[in-house]
Design a binder for this molecule. Structure first.
Ligand code: SF4
Ligand code: SF4
Length: 186
């Protein structure tokens, strides 16, 4: 009979320390650093949107804000964004609760609605690359910036994908363009 060795007693691990910081928290409870890290860097919210004045429905276009870098999917001047783009919306807890157009994949919206962050979120995967690989970011799908289009051209640029979560669709029906073929990291 093999010798059974007794293991030394192990102290309990703190439940709080073992729980990701975004779970079970109110939007107001995050530190500024934690708050910023909830953004997955997808760039969807930086696409131009059109509002139907009759129905109130909001449509995304594939046209980027003047400061959106369509390669990294980041703002080119995040620190001064509101001085340079006055209608850029600062995402506060109140804004996240009331804005009707945050995409379903947005980290703030997921936490607001009590959902966990998905596998591709940089806080879970440890890399921004997965946001592109999972077809969440705007990389490769932006037609240009707002200066490049006339107002009357905007309705023709309406697209559905920014309002969709590719993870919730049947993988067999996924658009191949949902994935970043080059797997580049910003
Ligand atoms: S949609 Fe949400 S997660 Fe994506 S860039 Fe905007 S704030 Fe960040
Ligand atoms: S100013 Fe920057 S953060 Fe604001 S919408 Fe434009 S690209 Fe996005």
């Amino acid at each position: 009979m093999a010798n059974a060795r007794s293991k030394p007693p192990r102290p309990p691990v703190s439940l709080k320390a073992a729980t990701p910081f975004w779970r079970g928290r109110s939007l107001e409870d995050f530190t500024p650093v934690e708050w910023e890290s909830l953004c997955d860097g997808c760039g969807r919210c930086c696409l131009l949107k059109l509002e139907d004045e009759d129905s109130g429905e909001i449509h995304y276009t594939d046209i980027g804000c003047t400061l959106l870098d369509a390669g990294t999917c980041r703002c080119r001047d995040y620190a001064k964004r509101q001085a340079r783009v006055p209608d850029c919306v600062r995402l506060t807890p109140e804004a996240v609760r009331t804005l009707p157009w945050l995409p379903p994949t947005c980290g703030y919206r997921l936490v607001r609605d009590g959902h966990d962050l998905p596998w591709w979120h940089p806080l879970v995967s440890g890399t921004r690359r997965t946001v592109h690989e999972a077809g969440i970011s705007v990389r490769g799908r932006v037609s240009g910036t707002e200066e490049e289009f006339e107002t009357e051209e905007l309705p023709d640029r309406i697209v559905a994908w920014p309002g969709q979560d590719p993870e919730s669709r049947d993988p067999a029906s996924r658009d191949p363009e949902d994935r970043d073929p080059e797997g580049r990291d910003p």
